[in-house]
Design a protein around this ligand. Structure first.
Ligand code: HEC
Length: 98
């Protein structure tokens, strides 16, 4: 491989999120939840603990928030900003925490 190609490949790997593993993606996405839900979803203040929710339950709750079928002050709006892939990555991330 020519050096310029290698440099482009490396840069692409750093810039494109789809080259990250699902685990990395979940970890990165979860940073935006920590402000309310605490580090690793442990729960603080008004935001419930979300660590340890099974991936299946997490995805079901998320769909309810998106559809306004689950009582919410803020999560209904937050839930709409995520793709299915991102939701799956978040679900796997928090399911693996306790
Ligand atoms: C601005 C604060 C805030 C942020 C940011 C936030 N949440 Fe929430 N979350 C809440 C609150 C408050 C609730 C309780 C429901 C409501 O009032 O909307 C909640 C509820 C939930 C629930 C349901 C828990 C249960 O047992 O009912 C899940 C799952 C959840 N949040 C996941 C997330 C994830 C994942 C992120 C990051 C992508 C996130 N939240 C970001 C405040 C927040």
């Amino acid at each position: 491989m020519k050096p310029i190609h290698m440099a482009l490949t490396l840069a692409g790997g750093l810039l494109l999120p789809q080259t990250a593993t699902a685990d990395d993606a979940g970890h990165l996405l979860a940073q935006s939840c920590a402000g309310c839900h605490g580090q690793e979803g442990a729960g603080v203040g008004a935001a419930p603990a979300i660590a340890g929710i099974s991936a299946e339950d997490f995805i079901a709750m998320w769909a309810e928030f998106q559809a306004d079928e689950r009582p919410a002050t803020i999560m209904n709006r937050i839930a709409r900003g995520y793709t299915d892939e991102e939701i799956a990555a978040l679900a796997a991330y928090f399911a693996a925490k306790d």
